[in-house]
Design a protein around this ligand. Structure first.
Ligand SMILES: C[S@@+](CC[C@H](N)C(=O)[O-])C[C@H]1O[C@@H](n2cnc3c(N)ncnc32)[C@H](O)[C@@H]1O
Length: 360
């Protein structure tokens, strides 16, 4: 085994110890990084109210990775932990859909498995649509999942823990169907953190030590073929532990939810004179569909869009929500963002606008 593989194996063992032994439930967390500030939709809140209290107590996520339009979809949750998000997704995909949760920690998988039957009954399914698997997200090809078999991949506060984030992204790219979506929440930093933080299993376990500088994550995503990552939510983390905060050298942490589409997108937003009209036919969003921080579509309004955005909404499962007018035959130069409707509920002070989505 080479040095890198050895270090990675040690990291996995430390994480398994942290999530399998050190933490019994969320009361044992020593910072507030693995907690959620982002509000899910009202429909998701109603489902969450039905998730068993024991499962809620072992939830360590930092966001709400529940994209719309999941009915009938196959969804994979990387680092599913005690299964809270999988149980919510089980209801969102319905009985015809499928949810697969993967986690490296045996105790977490066993815990989640114990609540499958409870949630099957609560959601009124004849047969459970959830499968929990023990496995490492850097090696999802070792699990028995067919290439291009997954519609949506979600993850909640996990990828920061991986020493091989490029492998995680490459594995996701293989498993996703063309037009599929990765929709995930994770912790990022506004600068590169000191490498010494990676040697502290507590700081790693609390989702801080290997959190990437956001711009570096965008670079990794682009290298894996996800050329235009879009931010859907961003909240600052306060840490709530002065001793750990002091080790960050002034760096700020954020929980950011991103969506990445598996399709041929460009590295810049180009103008082909296209407009998109949201039909208002998503029940939980009758007046406005928010694709990301730079793209909110009022029902019935024709909004100029770059080719990447046009492709995201017409070549993914969102295609039934939009009329897209125009094609790719005539180019008008780099897309100008002034005509876009920004979702002002999302802050844009991380510099993420410079690196993602329409250069806006
Ligand atoms: C912060 S917790 C989040 C768990 C879950 N997503 C939730 O929201 O409750 C991180 C989880 O990721 C799992 N994990 C960390 N690194 C992993 C890896 N390389 N492969 C698979 N699972 C991993 C841990 O075992 C733990 O359950």
């Amino acid at each position: 085994m080479n040095n890198q593989a050895h270090t990675q194996e040690r990291r996995i063992k430390e994480i398994q110890h942290y999530y399998g032994n050190t933490l019994a439930d969320k009361k044992d967390l020593t910072t507030n990084v693995c907690t959620v500030d982002e509000q899910p939709s009202n429909a998701t809140k109603a489902i969450l109210a039905n998730v068993h209290d024991d499962v809620q107590m072992r939830f360590y996520g930092c966001g709400a990775p529940f994209p719309p339009l999941l009915e009938g979809a196959t969804v994979l949750d990387l680092g599913c932990g005690s299964g809270r998000d999988c149980f919510v997704l089980s209801s969102l995909v319905g009985e015809q859909g499928k949810v697969i949760g993967v986690d490296a920690t045996a105790e977490q998988v066993a815990f989640a498995q114990n609540y499958v039957e409870y949630h099957r009954k609560v959601f009124g399914h004849v047969k459970s649509n959830i499968q929990f698997l023990q496995g490492e997200i850097e090696a999802i090809d070792k699990l028995d999942l067919a290439p291009e078999s997954v519609d949506v991949i979600v993850s909640n506060c996990v990828i920061n823990l991986s020493m091989a984030k490029a492998d995680v992204l490459a594995g996701m790219a293989k498993l996703l169907k063309p037009g599929g979506e990765i929709y995930f929440a994770d912790i990022y930093s506004d600068r590169r953190l000191s490498p010494e933080l990676k040697d502290d299993p507590l700081i790693i376990g609390e989702c801080i030590g290997d959190a990437l500088y956001f711009e570096d994550f965008v670079r990794l995503a682009r290298t894996a073929g996800f050329l235009d990552p879009r931010v859907t939510a961003k909240t600052p983390k306060t840490i709530a532990n002065p001793a750990i905060e002091a080790k960050l050298g002034g760096a700020k942490l954020y929980s950011i939810t991103l969506r990445l589409f598996k399709m041929d997108l460009e590295d810049h937003c180009e103008d082909y004179g296209q407009v998109a009209i949201y039909k208002g036919n998503l029940p939980e969003a009758p007046d406005r569909f928010v694709l990301d921080h730079g793209h909110a579509f009022d029902t019935g309004r024709a909004v100029p869009v770059c080719r990447n955005t046009a492709d995201m909404i017409s070549k993914s499962r969102y295609h039934a929500l939009f009329d897209v007018v125009g094609d790719n035959r005539r180019h008008y130069g780099l897309f100008q963002c002034d005509a876009l409707q920004t979702d002002h509920t999302l802050s844009t002070d991380t510099g993420v606008c410079g690196s993602t989505g329409c250069g806006c």
